[in-house]
Design a protein around this ligand. Structure first.
Ligand code: XMP
Length: 491
């Protein structure tokens, strides 16, 4: 009944996730028994198969700590200077909490001009995180001032607040606030740097989300954080800075990874930084994968033109349907112990189940995460909907900040966009919707009869996993149809 993947994917068609459907297997265990732990790359373990894409509207410090807290990982983008990217990595590596508050800093002589959405501000000797902590100002203290513009914060700040360690995890910080009867506490590192400020409201917010599982933590005891680099000569200097900040994996970011530039860089990374996992890509064919595996990659990013903001297939006529690409590359890479990251085209939990069942070890997501609270940028309103900006790294707007290297564009000549700028709907916190999504993935695995990602791969290889291509009508039938109106709500 149905076709094994070997047969389905060797008939000359390029299939996307939506084109294929998997036939159910036998259920002999509860969905909660499904173990989604996996690897990002050879030596980087994850407890959920979720990776935030190195895009400047997706992965900065807040996404990195949230994803690592959930057991996934974010790859901090390189569409900025090496110095700023290093700060983003450091901010993620120096925290043990699932969020970043971005509390502003002031020096004692400054007046507060505007609190914005913040409830507190931190006062230090020079107004920076690395100088001595003097006090904390509450927005409520400030709002009652008669002359806001001329009153320096030193006159009404709460002096010498009790602080706690930035190495404390969520439960430890929550217990500290409770035991001390505090509304807030600055988090201070061993070297005296003020890393953040936590409030009881933050604690309540985190407690309203599903319980956190095993976080992704490296051998340094800190959150697992990845970072991307380009393939230019100067990216070697960037890499040096990122390694100093303690990244656990580096992603060499090219839209077509099978190039001499990338192969040389992978060899360079393996030679000079053998302790760091090097992830190459993007690839969609076995031949591309073969070259990068020969060069020594520890992980492969698969996908070309399948991303929601991508126009590569239209502009360059090159790429592959994502289901076919993942299956083909994974079936080659499995013999070399190179985990596959299925990159792009994920818009629901079913796509994640398909990617993993077709041989991927994790999925990399852009649009799926870009509407979250943790993605960079602020919410805007568009046609009455709360949205966040999401843009392709090959869009003209992103390329003007340097990401053109990803597309091997020659900055001296003509720039052609391979991506667009758009917006995605507000989805709330990843700390809420990613756990729900993982529960849905577990239910999909249960339907297939797979207790883990490796057991799903086993079903694929033993040809017990059976698939079919869905006709256009079958795809319509498989979606919501025939209703006059409905509310699309999954949890
Ligand atoms: P999703 O579907 O998750 O895709 O939004 C994210 C992935 O898309 C790739 N990417 C691009 N591809 N032009 C492209 O052709 C672009 O401008 C672009 N920006 C990102 C990238 O692999 C990302 O992880």
């Amino acid at each position: 009944d149905g076709f094994p993947a070997t047969r389905l994917f060797s008939q000359g068609f390029s299939y996307t996730y939506d084109d294929v459907i998997m036939l159910p297997g036998y259920i002999s265990f509860p969905a909660d028994a499904v173990d989604l732990s996996t690897r990002l790359s050879r030596r980087v373990p994850l407890s959920i198969p979720c990776v935030a894409s190195p895009m400047d509207t997706v992965s900065e410090s807040a996404m990195a700590v949230a994803m690592a807290s959930l057991g996934g990982v974010a790859i901090i983008h390189n569409n900025t200077t090496p110095a700023v990217q290093s700060i983003l990595v450091r901010a993620a590596k120096s925290r043990a909490l699932p969020f970043v508050s971005n509390t502003p800093f002031y020096s004692p002589h400054d007046p507060v001009v505007n609190f914005g959405e913040h409830e507190y501000a931190i006062v230090t000797e020079s107004g920076t995180a690395t100088s001595a902590l003097l006090g904390v100002v509450a927005a409520s203290d400030w709002s009652g001032l008669s002359d806001k513009t001329n009153t320096p914060v030193s006159e009404y700040m709460r002096k010498s607040p009790k602080s706690t360690s930035s190495t404390f995890n969520f439960n430890q910080v929550a217990a500290f606030l409770e035991n001390e009867g505090l509304d807030f506490a600055p988090l201070v590192s061993e070297d005296g740097e003020i890393v953040d400020l936590v409030t009881t409201k933050d604690v309540e917010r985190i407690r309203s989300y599903p319980k956190l599982g095993n976080p992704s933590v490296g051998s340094d005891g800190k959150f697992t954080v990845g970072a991307s680099i380009g393939t230019r000569e100067e990216d070697k200097e960037r890499l040096k800075c990122l390694v100093k900040e303690g990244i656990n994996a580096v992603v060499v970011d090219s839209s077509q990874g099978n190039s001499t530039y990338q192969i040389d860089l992978i060899k360079y990374i393996k030679l000079n930084y053998p302790e760091i996992d090097a992830i190459g890509g993007n690839v969609v064919t076995m031949a591309q994968a073969q070259n990068l595996i020969k060069a020594g990659v520890d992980g492969l990013r698969v996908g070309m033109g399948s991303g929601s903001i991508c126009t590569t297939q239209e502009v360059c006529a090159v790429g592959r349907g994502q289901a076919t690409a993942v299956y083909k590359v994974a079936s080659y890479a499995k013999d070399h112990d190179v985990p596959i990251i299925a990159d792009g085209g994920i818009s629901n939990s079913g796509h994640i189940v398909k990617a993993l069942a077709l041989g991927a070890s994790s999925v990399m997501m852009g649009s799926f995460l870009a509407g979250s609270h943790e993605a960079p940028g602020t919410y805007e309103y568009k046609d009455g909907r709360r949205v966040k900006k999401y843009r392709g790294m090959g869009s003209l707007e992103a390329m003007s900040k340097g990401s053109d290297a990803r597309y091997l564009g020659d900055t001296l000549k003509l720039k052609v966009a391979q991506g667009v700028v758009g917006a995605v709907a507000d989805k709330g916190s990843v700390l809420r919707f990613v756990p729900y999504t993982m529960q849905a993935v577990k239910q999909g695995f249960q339907d297939l009869g797979a207790t883990s990602i490796s057991s799903a791969h086993q079903l694929l290889r033993s040809e017990e996993l059976r698939l079919e291509v869905r006709t256009g009508a079958a795809q319509v039938e498989g979606g919501i149809h025939g209703l006059v109106s409905y509310e699309k709500k999954f949890f």
